[in-house]
Every structure is written in structure tokens, then in C-alpha cells.
Design a protein around this ligand. Sequence first.
Ligand SMILES: Cc1cc2nc3c(=O)[nH]c(=O)nc-3n(C[C@H](O)[C@H](O)[C@H](O)COP(=O)(O)O)c2cc1C
Ligand code: SF4
Length: 518
Amino acid sequence: MSVRIFVPKDASALALGSERVATALTREIEARGLDATIVRNGSRGLHWLEPMIEVETPEGRIAYGPVKASDVASLLDAGLATGGTHPLCLGKTEELPFLKNQTRLTFARCGIVDPLSLADYRAHDGLKGLERAVTLSPADIVTHVTESGLRGRGGAGFPTGIKWKTVLDTPGDRKYIVCNADEGDSGTFADRMIMEGDPFVLIEGMAIAGIATGATKGFVYIRSEYPHAITTMTQAVEIAHKAGVLGSSVLGSAKAFDIEIRTGAGAYVCGEETALLNSLEGKRGIVRAKPPLPAHKGLFNSPTVINNVISLASVPIIMDKGPVYYKDFGMGRSRGTIPIQIAGNVKHGGLYEAAFGLTLGQIVDEIGGGTATGRPVKAVQVGGPLGAYFPRALFDTPFDYEAFAAKDGLIGHAGITIFDDTADMLKQARFAMEFCAIESCGKCTPCRIGSTRGVETADKIAQGIEPEKNMALLADLCNTMKFGSLCALGGFTPYPVTSAMNHFPDDFRPAPLVEAAE
Ligand SMILES: Cc1cc2nc3c(=O)[nH]c(=O)nc-3n(C[C@H](O)[C@H](O)[C@H](O)COP(=O)(O)O)c2cc1C
Ligand code: SF4
């Protein structure tokens, strides 16, 4: 049998040269007359080792990385096809500590299967959840999801089952499932990795959501900056349709469900659910006032489930293994697993799926291995650009929605960005305000004007102009934005700003007043 060699086609691996590696490998295999097949898989999520290639052996997969095209000949000379030793050999993939210690439920297949092979998907427990769902009543499916404790992974942590029940209970000629794949948070990539590495799990999750709520049509709204995810998802939907997983009779049942892929236009605010719905309808991406909730009047005024990629991709395993299996992982009201995305100035960046409850210190120091520069960690921003900066003093905070909220932080989409001691937190606070000013949809004053005034005020603090007055003004602006903004863009921008001010006051001490024309 032909030996299978896995070369990831995930965007992070491509960015690091995996296409060149695949080309060189194809050429060398041909030239040497080897009986080997190259499978273009997703990433395993060990980004510092990308491109990480693997070979299937009777003892399991053996990994090599990071591999350059120029390494290919020597790898084959060393017996790559049989898992031979080589300086780039990392040993058995499953034994790599970063992977071995994870609890991969949502990402169980990512990096393992051929993303566009439905047969491979089925061979790795794919479609079992949907097969079960088509035998259940909508209310029973909703009960399963509710009992699993799954909460939305897009940021707000709203219980998924309750959202689905609202749509199920709302009458409507047409209902929709909208998958939010805008993934605009800095330092996050879990949605992209699933769409590129295991697209059928998202399709399966959306089909289950459709059957559970009475929706027959789904849209995946993917940010334009994700061309590879768009291509893979488009191909996967076509394959699923041809195979009868989607269409007028889902898996041969009396239920219909179809999916269309839509591309976003590149605005951060279009990740906010109501702005996203406007964008999907072809309107300007501006936030809608709530009520009405999208569950009552969403896309084209119809009852709509809008869920994050990871929320939907977590449903198949819940339907397959049961709600209790999923709920057994986690802590407090944060049940199941969470794909933590470790980024920024870090030694071992990548995706780490674990049950809720790891402390921030474990994630940064033990799993991430500290900074890439080797300098001390100064701050960690958790939850994307609207998340708070946590100092080392808060590293005992467990990864849990309520525990982070209790420390004036948020988990958001579970991206963490690490900074070493050279980071200037005043600059970071200014950046938060600037980001909000650029990305604001402009609908409400605290966000539209407050963020611009915030940038000006941070600049004055940096220049040493009336420091006490301007620090008070910045705090006041944050207060107004937090409580007066219509959506979380304006409402949460104060989190990075006030956390920087409170935890790193030295960075806000006035520089000597510049003798200038002020
Ligand atoms: C400014 C802003 C940007 C957002 N961006 C995203 C995003 O990129 N992806 C996402 O899933 N949710 C995003 N959200 C949250 C969504 O509004 C919404 O809560 C989420 O899609 C609901 O899905 P869930 O319940 O599965 O988390 C954003 C919210 C705000 C305020
Ligand atoms: S807070 Fe900002 S982004 Fe949100 S509605 Fe108001 S202006 Fe728009």
C-alpha cells in the first residue's frame, strides 16, 4: 500500500512555505519512483513547528518540522517514508507534549483527516451526530444541546441551547442558520483552522442546528481575509450536497437543509451579529438596535440562529456522545472544552484545546513556554482587541467565563496575546482607542466620538500634558463608552484601556513636558 505523507495546506503552514515543501516532495517522490501519496491536511496547531509534515507508519504517525523545501531530499535519504531518523524528526506526533496533553473534542479530526474526503470524515466518527439528530424531534435535539452546557464561543458565552429554543419556538415561514466566521479578533484562528482542516464538522453542526430549529437554509459568513477557508468550505459544501448530507433530504430523511458561503467585506464590526445580518442582506454593516433579537427577527426579518464556527462545530460530538459526556469537562458554568489560541510574543504559539479551568499561568508559562524573545512576560491580552490586559499577578485566574469577568476581563473567542517587558502599555491603551475609532460603525456617539477623544487624550498623557487631568478624562471616557455604547465594540474597548491603566500605572506616568508650541 502506498505510504501517506501529510503536508498541511492550512494558511499558517502555507505562509511558512508548505506549498514549496509539497512541490519538492512530489518531485522527489517521482524522481525516486517511491510509492507514496501526499495528503494535504489541516494543521495540528503547533505553529512554531510549521510546516510540520507527518508520515503514516504501522506505529502511528511520525512528525518532522519545521521543514523547508531544501530539507526534502535529505529527509527522503534518511528514510522519511518509513519514519526514519533525521535532525528534524520530532518523534510520534501523538506523543508531542503540546498535543498529548490536550482534550481534543471539537478539533478531534483537525490535521488528521484529508479535509475534503467525506470517506475519511466518516471513518473518523464524522456524521454520527447528524445521523442521530435526524431520528430525534427538534425539541429533543435542543434539549441535548441545552443539557451539554455549551455556550457561544464567539465571545458573549450565551447558552447555545436557549438560543436554539427561542428560534424553534418562534413561528416563521422561513428560518435561517447563520454561521459567524468573521473571526476578526487579533490573535485568533480557531474558526479558520476548523474550516480549513475539518470543514465537514461545521457543515454537520449547521445541519443539526437547522433540523433542531426548523431552518432549511444556512449561510456561512467568512471574512475576505480567509481565502483558503472560503475555497475549502465552498468545495466541502459541494461535496456534502452531492453526497446527500445537504439538500432536500438530509441523509435520506424528510428534512431539508442547504448552505451558502458568503464573503465579508473586511470590517471588524461585521462580526457583531446584527451588523453581520445587515451585511448579508447587502446593506451597510451597521449595528441594529435590539430588540428585536435575531432569534425573533433576524436575517430578512425571519427567526435566525447566529452562532460562531466553534459553537456549531462542537455540536456533532455532543449529539454523538451525548450531553453528559461533553458536560463532564470544564468548571463552574463553563462546560466542555475551549480551543485556546496562543499568539503574540510566545515560544510555542498555536491552538490548544482543553477543558475549561487551566490557569492563565499554565497556558502562558507551561504550554506556551514563555516569550519567544526569552524576556519576562509583562502582560497577556485575553479575548482579542476588546479584552483586558492581565499582569502576572493575575496568572492564577482559571480559564472560565465567570472567573475572568470577576477580574474585569473576558475570555471572548479565547485568543491570548502575549507581550514581553518591552511593551509600552500606554501605547497599547492608545491602540485600543485607535482600533475602536477606525472600526466603529458610527451609529452611537460614545463609541464614535469617545474613541477619537480617547486617542487624543492618550497622546496628551504620553506628552506629559496635564497628566492628572487627562488620566481622569481617559477614565471618564471609558466609563461613558462602557455604559453608553450600543454594542460591545464601544462597550468593551474600555477593558484594554482601564486594565492597562490599573495594572501598569508606571507606563502612564507623565514624561517630562516637552517644550513645544502647545
Ligand atoms: C464588534 C464585535 C465583533 C464581533 N466579532 C465576532 C466574530 O468575528 N465572530 C463571532 O463569532 N462573534 C463575534 N462577535 C459576537 C457576535 O455578536 C455574536 O455574539 C456571536 O456571533 C454569537 O454566536 P455564539 O453564541 O455562538 O458565540 C462580535 C461582537 C462584536 C460586538
Ligand atoms: S458601539 Fe460603536 S460599533 Fe457598536 S453600535 Fe455604537 S458606534 Fe457602532
